[in-house]
Design a protein around this ligand. Structure first.
Ligand SMILES: [Zn+2]
Length: 83
């Protein structure tokens, strides 16, 4: 996965969320992640949901997140940003 030096967009954040919650991001990635979170309510809610899911299930692997769920989430972001 390649990440540019610019701020993360929502799709990039979604792709990184499990690594973020598992502490696997580099310090630079984590900083960009936090910058995005501080400015994006949709992603803040998403990260909180993922954190809660991990607490409930004990683990969360990227392959456990269905394509449909990811697309629904990104659709919700688009709606939110369109407002
Ligand atoms: Zn976002």
């Amino acid at each position: 996965m390649t990440i540019g030096l610019a701020h993360l967009n929502c799709r990039e954040l979604v792709e990184l969320v499990t690594a973020y919650l598992e502490g696997d991001l580099s310090s630079g990635e984590r900083k960009r992640f936090d910058v995005h979170l501080s400015a994006c309510d949709g992603c803040t809610m998403y990260v909180e949901q993922m954190r809660r899911t991990i607490e409930l299930t004990g683990t969360l692997r990227l392959e456990d997140v269905s394509r449909e769920a990811e697309e629904a989430l990104l659709g919700a972001f688009r709606d939110w940003k369109a407002q």
